[in-house]
Write a protein that binds this ligand. Structure first.
Ligand code: GLA
Length: 400
């Protein structure tokens, strides 16, 4: 073999072994928006080992797992103290995290956990600052599959202290903190979904993928009321191009089944999160879930919109008074259309007409109403009467 040929073979071998010995890439996880459950929205600091096991049991028994809910995520307040070697221990609510992970895995589910790049988490528990590699290794040794990394005390304790009155430098510190944990997670060799939680600061959608994020919160904390749900939803308008397989805009976890939300509101919330290709992390009290809430969370047609392989987030197509029309392109040329009445007037119904031409469509068409399951004939200018906080969610298989 000539020298140049041998060099070529050697170079190919080096590339081959380099590629095949790499830990899994961030993009290999979350090819569709992550689905699962998170403890925070309902249980907050009351989460414990028994509660997480109970949630896992219900995810299986209710059919949620089979509908796609896989991640069982422990949010803040699980953290205990570090020992003299800096190794973090879970607190008394979680006596054996490895055993819990084994239990969750035995159900065909995955376990998620929570930390902060700062010294403390939002609830004042131990954060990962200065222990990033150690914590990532610990998570991997327990069998953790998902990390939510919440900025919180990193703002006053690092950004403001190290770069006072210098916002650009503060932002660089924030980017670096997320990149550091992403690198530490990658170095474990375990595929771990990396969820950025910093409330959308510094147009996070522009830089999150480059620091290894699989999803990133775009907003402040959601609450179980329609004002909060609309507010978080509205921030997503215009962000569609930043979302896609492996990297998703996250308008926050679901409030379906929480607070005083009506059935129509729960359906509207779930529908719009599906239109937004949002992560579907239920946040309700699973052991006490009502059948109608289970039916919403397990509506396969709506989940199929969220999980559509094309991974193209929906956009607001037009607004008519209080009614908003959103569309989402789906694989195979299908189109999802959501007609949502955001109005708060309980006594009147907006005289709304659906203009297919405003969606780039030509009627007549048929679409499947994903909440009634019925086919609907769609014509140009047809009157629709979505009531207050009600959604009409359609899948049009063959738009013209
Ligand atoms: C922040 C996050 C919430 C939750 C709490 C926990 O507020 O945005 O989603 O994780 O911290 O303390």
């Amino acid at each position: 073999m000539s020298t140049s040929a041998s060099l070529r073979v050697a170079a190919i071998a080096v590339v081959f072994f380099a590629v095949h010995s790499l830990p899994s890439r961030a993009q290999d996880v979350a090819l569709t928006p992550p689905m699962g459950w998170n403890s925070w929205n309902y249980f907050a600091e009351k989460v414990d080992d028994q509660g997480v096991r109970a949630a896992a049991d219900v995810i299986v028994a209710s059919g949620m797992r089979d509908a796609g809910y896989v991640y069982v995520n422990i949010d803040d307040t699980w953290e205990g103290q570090r020992d003299s070697n800096g190794v973090l221990h879970s607190n008394s609510k979680f006596p054996d995290m490895k055993a819990l992970a084994d239990y969750v895995h035995s159900k065909g589910l995955k376990l998620g956990i929570y930390s902060s790049p700062g010294p403390k988490t939002c609830a004042g528990f131990e954060g990962s600052l200065g222990h990033e590699e150690q914590d990532a290794q610990l998570y991997a040794s327990w069998g953790i599959d998902y990390l939510k990394y919440d900025l919180c005390s990193f703002i006053p304790e690092v950004m403001q202290k190290q770069a006072p009155h210098d916002p650009p430098a503060q932002m660089r510190l924030m980017h670096a903190a997320y990149a550091k944990m992403a690198k530490a997670l990658k170095a474990t060799g375990r595929p771990i979904v990396f969820s950025l939680c910093q409330y959308g600061w510094d147009a996070v959608w522009e830089w999150a993928p480059s620091v290894g994020g699989n999803l990133w919160r775009t907003t402040g904390d959601i609450e179980p009321n329609m004002y909060s749900i609309y507010a978080n939803m509205s921030v997503q308008a215009g962000l569609a191009s930043y979302s896609g397989p492996g990297h998703w805009n996250d308008p926050d976890m679901l409030e379906v089944g929480n607070g005083e939300l009506t059935l129509a509101e729960n359906r509207a919330h779930f529908s719009m999160w599906a239109m937004l290709a949002a992560p579907l992390l239920a946040g309700n009290d699973l052991p006490h879930m009502k059948p109608e809430i289970r039916d919403i969370l397990t509506n396969r047609d709506v989940i199929a919109i969220d999980q559509d392989k094309l991974g193209k987030q929906g956009s607001r197509a037009y607004v008519d008074g209080e009614v908003e029309v959103w569309t989402r392109q789906l694989a195979g040329g299908a189109l999802a259309v959501a007609v949502l009445n955001t109005g708060d007037t309980r006594y009147s119904t907006h005289p709304f007409h659906l203009y297919l031409s405003r969606l780039g469509l030509h009627g007549p068409l048929t679409g499947k109403d994903l909440w009634s399951g019925k086919e609907m004939a769609l014509t140009e200018g047809m009157p629709l009467e979505p009531r207050t906080h009600e959604v009409l969610l359609l899948r049009i298989a063959e738009p013209k």
